[in-house]
Design a binder for this molecule. Structure first.
Ligand code: SPV
Ligand code: MN
Length: 622
């Protein structure tokens, strides 16, 4: 099939102007498989980007809200989060990635998904869009081609990513780009009808992903978690890192410096809110590429330029910048919130929520139940907003720097209610890698399935790993050797509870971050414990007073930082069992596991009890 047979002259010209036969071949191939009625090629021009924005309203995937530039999009009732069950990595050689990661024989997977895609765009318009992962014109740049029949998906991408038609021209005909083919399939009331045929298949061999019969952005938007999976493979082969991490600058009071941290947290566990803490300047909130810079320093970029953030609990008090952005005129897409009279409402917005309106279940009134008898909340717990970061008051001026920003600390967070202390600095780089890959966290509404289940989530990347866990661990261990300017690695846990109540307030994370910043600059001492270096009470007290005007009590400190030895030992037993089922885990990991357990057991013996207060370690000189 020739391009001219399926596209008008103007579009053929736009495509051919790229001088890239690989791109043309992909468009031809998927035009002939998906059989769209029309194909539109988009460049980086404002006119083209506006066309997509207009189309998403025209075709009903989005509707205008009261505030200028705001739209609402609904995903189907059963399409509200990432679908791990139907996400498969296609592998031809039987390589296992990690025990819990779905892999499928490549030929079988391709046959199935291409079969589903046969004629899937009949009567529809296929959009051909070009983006760049990471800043353009940079060592970090990865061009990405998106084919989709969803204007909502393309619109989201023009907010969330840098457009990359120009970047494709610079490829000079090469095939060094990722590509994504997406179709919503048949729609009914503008949401996917054939959820049973939802598939997200990752073809590592050709740097491409096929995703069909879905709209939720975590499944549909190629450049987000689908590209993350492809980039993890690429980074692990090329000795750099692709991480599920925010990038944010910390600005301590009275000191003329900014210190950048990156932090990995499982979905819906405080990653965006950490990146966006008052006083920070934000570069990115979800995905980072990290490379070694010319002076041996680690440098990070935000792969994206926007935020697809959880809207629940966003309010003027807790998240002033985001709240202000999503309540004032600008381009913003709301998804799966409650809409009444053109106004979006969500859980935790600190305003009264109407008792009726339209939400992800259609017409909604308070008390409405779904078919399974579950009460439907006014907005979904995983409802989201989509905005550009550079419109936020706290956007960092270096967000688009082609060389990225220097990174001084990595943070690994999790959600566990009874074990991990709020903040600790690892004892060394390999110990930090060990801490990162042994994170356990409770599942959330960001993925389909049960919430609150404690699962192993190494570096918050378990859902996205495309290389064996052993390879991933080795890459991190090696990265520590490549950098000449050391990075400190910290762990955090914002979710410790006592008798069902959280032990920490929402803003306490600001203090942990400022403490980490001081540690990076060697400006505070710390207490050595079996799980790492922890803050001294006096330092936290001062930080709480200075930054939150709060009197932090020693009693709170002791509750939060008491080391629950048996809980930690139980965790590392669980970890040992999990890793024993993995293949080729490096010896360094086993050494650290052994040493970690030894230190915990030694403390148990030395103190003769289960729970040790920080001051006890301090005076014992541990
Ligand atoms: C996450 O779940 O980690 C997100 C949103 O950042 S999604 O696009 O669904 O991946
Ligand atoms: Mn994420």
């Amino acid at each position: 099939m020739a391009l001219k047979d399926i596209m008008d002259e103007k579009n053929v010209e736009k495509l051919e102007a790229l001088g890239n036969k690989h791109v043309e071949k992909i468009v031809e191939e998927f035009a002939s498989i998906c059989k769209p009625a029309k194909i539109t090629v988009l460049t980086d021009s404002q006119e083209d980007i506006d066309y997509v924005k207009g189309l998403s309203v025209e075709n009903g995937e989005e509707s205008k809200l009261g505030i200028d530039g705001h739209t609402i999009h609904f995903d189907g009732y059963f399409d509200q989060a990432r679908d791990k069950g139907n996400t498969q990595i296609l592998l031809s050689d039987g390589v296992k990635v990690a025990k819990n990661i779905n892999t499928m024989e490549r030929e079988t997977g391709l046959k199935e998904v291409l079969g589903i895609m046969d004629g899937i765009m009949e009567g529809k318009e296929m959009l051909v869009c070009f983006f760049c992962l990471g800043p353009t014109n940079s060592e970090f740049s990865i061009p990405a081609l998106q084919l989709t029949d969803s204007a909502y998906v393309a619109h989201s991408e023009y907010i969330l990513y840098r457009s990359g038609y120009g970047q494709f021209k610079k490829l000079e005909g090469s095939d060094k780009f990722f590509h994504f083919v997406h179709s919503v399939g048949e729609l009914e009331n503008n949401v996917c009808k054939n959820i049973d045929k939802r598939r997200i298949y990752i073809d590592l061999m050709h740097n491409r992903v096929f995703t069909v019969n879905n709209q939720y952005a975590g499944n549909s938007v190629g450049l987000k978690k689908l590209a993350l999976r492809l980039a993890i493979k690429k980074a692990n082969e090329e000795n750099w890192l692709t991480e599920h991490m925010f990038v944010s600058g910390i600005h301590p009071k009275g000191k003329d410096r900014v210190t950048y941290f990156t932090g990995a947290f499982p979905s819906a566990c405080g990653k965006t809110s950490t990146a966006m803490l008052p006083g920070n300047t934000v570069i990115g909130d979800d995905i980072a590429y990290i490379r070694v810079g010319s002076e041996g320093e680690a440098r990070a970029v935000n792969v994206e330029q926007g935020i697809f953030g959880i809207i629940r609990d966003i309010n003027a008090k807790g998240d002033p910048y985001i709240f202000s952005a999503i309540t004032s005129p600008r381009e913003a897409i709301f998804s799966n919130v409650l809409v009444k009279d053109g106004k979006p409402h969500w859980l935790g917005m600190n305003e009264e929520i109407p008792k009726a309106g339209i939400n992800h279940s259609g017409e909604w009134t308070e008390g409405k139940k779904d078919e399974a008898g579950n009460e439907i909340t006014p907005s979904h717990k995983n409802a989201r907003y989509t905005i550009r970061i550079n419109e936020l008051e706290n956007a960092d001026p270096h967000a688009d720097d082609s060389k990225g920003v220097p990174v001084s600390g990595f943070i690994y967070g999790g959600r566990d209610s009874n074990t991990t202390i709020p903040v600790a600095e690892s004892l060394s780089w390999p110990h930090g890698v060990f801490i990162g890959v042994t994170i356990e966290s409770e599942t959330t509404a960001a993925t389909l399935g049960a919430e609150g289940k404690l699962v192993h989530n190494p570096m918050s990347n378990i859902d996205f790993l495309t290389v064996p866990l052993s390879t991933y661990i080795n890459s991190h261990l090696r990265f520590g050797e490549y950098i000449d300017k050391p990075i400190k690695i910290f762990s955090t846990n914002y979710f410790l509870k006592e008798e069902g109540e959280y032990l920490n307030g929402m803003l306490d994370k600001k203090i942990w971050l400022l403490w980490m910043e001081l540690r990076v600059h060697n400006e505070v001492e710390a207490i050595e414990t079996p799980v790492g270096w922890i803050p001294k009470y006096a330092d936290l007290k001062e930080l709480f007073k200075t930054y939150l005007d709060k009197d932090y009590s020693e009693e709170d400190y002791n509750k939060q930082f008491a080391l629950r030895l048996s809980k930690y030992l139980a965790k590392f037993d669980r970890i040992e069992a999990i890793f024993k089922e993995e293949q080729d885990i490096p010896q360094v990991f086993w050494d650290h596991l052994e040493q970690q357990k030894e230190r915990l057991n030694a403390a148990k013996e030395q103190f003769g009890k289960e729970v040790i207060l920080p001051s006890e370690f301090e005076t014992s000189g541990q």
